[in-house]
Structures are given as C-alpha cells and as structure tokens.
Design a protein around this ligand. Sequence first.
Ligand code: AFP
Length: 320
Amino acid sequence: MHTLQETLTRRGIDGELQSLIETLANCANEISALVRGGALAGVLGATESENVQGETQKKLDVIANDLIKDALSAQPLVKGLASEEEDHVVPAHADGRFLVSFDPLDGSSNIDINSLVGTIFSVLPAPAGDVTEAAFMQPGKNQVAACYMLYGPATVMALTTGDGTLMFTLDPKTGDFMLVEERVQIPEDTAEFAINMSNQRFWQPAMQAYIADCLKGKEGQRGKNFNMRWIAAMVGDVHRVLSRGGLFTYPQDTKNPAKPFKLRLMYEANPMSFLVEQAGGVASTGYERIMAIQPEQIHQRVAVILGSKNEVNTCLDYHG
Ligand code: AFP
C-alpha cells in the first residue's frame, strides 16, 4: 500500500502541486477528526449567520471554512482562494501558482443527523496580475487538480490531476491517506438514479419524461427496473457513482424562480465533473459539458447531470 505522497511522487506529479495536494489532505484530516467528535467536539448546530447565498451557516461550515482558509493562506503556492462560505475571493501570495476554490463542508444538513458530509476542492492555474474574481473565471477544463474528501464510516479521498481518478482511504492510526484504487472506472450502464424527487413538479419537461420512464421500470420503454438513492450531500452521491455507477442529477427547477439551479459551478459542479470524466463518466448541464462553461461569477449555480456514460447520454437524449 502506498501513501498519498508516495503515489504522487511515483506518478511524477510536480513537487509544488504535490505540496498543495498534501495541504488539502491535511485540512481534511483535521476536519475528519472534528466530524468524528460530533457533539463532543462542539461542532453541531447552526450559527446565527448566513452566507452570501442567504443560507444559514452551520457551526461546522464556519469551522471548516476557517481551518481551510488559514491553511491555504499559509501555503506560499496559493495565490488566492474562493469559498462557498466567503462573500469575495481572498488573496493569498502574490507569486503563488494556484487558485483554489472549495466547498468546506458539503451536505451541511447532514451534520446534525450524523450522516455523510465532505469537502470539495478545485485547483486552477493562477493567471498573472492581481487576485480578483476575474482571475477565477476559467472553465473547469482548466483545472489542474480536483478532489473531495468524504467523512463517512471511513474517510476517503477521490483525487484527479488529469490522469485518471484515484481513491485513497485515511488510515486513522497514522493519519496518512493510503491508495486503495489507482484507476477508478465508472460502469457505463446502471439502473440507479439520484434526484430529489420532492421537486418533481418543478422540473423541466425533459427531466420529467426521463424520470417517468425510469419509474415505469421493466414494463416501460427502458425495459428494466431502477433503484433510487438520495444522500442530500453531493459528495456522498458522487462517491456512490464512482464506486458502483449511477446517475446523479440536480436539474433546473422552478421551485424558486429566482434560483433555478442549486449546485455551485466552482465549488461543486466543476471539481466533481473533472473526477467523473477522469473515471470514464459524463457530466453535463443537460445542454452542454459542465467543464466547458465560461463562469461569470464565483457563486454561480448550474444544473448537473453526471455519472455512468450510457445512462447520462440517455438522459441527455431527452433534453434534445
Ligand atoms: P450545502 O453545500 O449547503 O451543504 O448543500 C448541499 C447540496 O448543495 C448538495 O451537496 C446536495 O446534493 C444538495 O445540496 C441537497 O439538496 P436538497 O436539500 O434538495 O436535498
């Protein structure tokens, strides 16, 4: 078994990117310990504040955000950072090589019920000049690395630097992330989908039709029965897709016309799309490849359909 450091060295990942990835892994190690402490670590419950998107912040959202912000600000390779929990981009080191976007604690509503949560990172090359929001306005295909850490029964990390998707498990005895799978492959076919069914009446006709056909099962035109899963943390749902295939979607809806999309492009959709594509899957909005989208602002949201290649493509057929 190889540690994260040994794996990155063996794969010839340049020393600076390696150092940044190790910083991200160390953050996850600390957050993992807090998550495991639960009520004993004083991390449950909500704060009285809201983030820029008007969502109530959980204590652990704030703690994880501060922990990562401090660690990245102390890492000389980081030129700037953008977080789901920060109103604006945060400049770090003027001669840093990387920009890091992150969701410090994905799946916040799961914290208090002792269910899955995780952290998601996206690494972009830093352009010359000042760190403004404009520096982050790069499509996902520019990412040099992406990873998530899932704090489940085991703490795991999925990582890509553009040469496949690797899976690691945190060894609680040594604090090292150990390589458990070098080339994750998402099965091309599946009979499992993940969607928040309570929004059904608000979806566009294309998604209505696709899910309706899945629900008809063997007797319908799909000719097979489907199973449904919903973890309410994208990090958990994507981990299942990487582990055994499936289709995950948070589509456009009209529930709140001012907010037609739920998932954030920079902190959730782009890094997860990179991991999924590198594992042989597909990630789309329904109409375009997520990683080709030219971002317009850091907190932008998008529709997401990702997972097993053939199933996502079938869903995309319904979108014309
Ligand atoms: P947070 O980042 O605020 O924790 O939200 C999690 C999330 O964006 C994503 O991870 C889930 O897939 C989705 O929200 C769950 O949404 P529902 O509340 O509709 O189940």
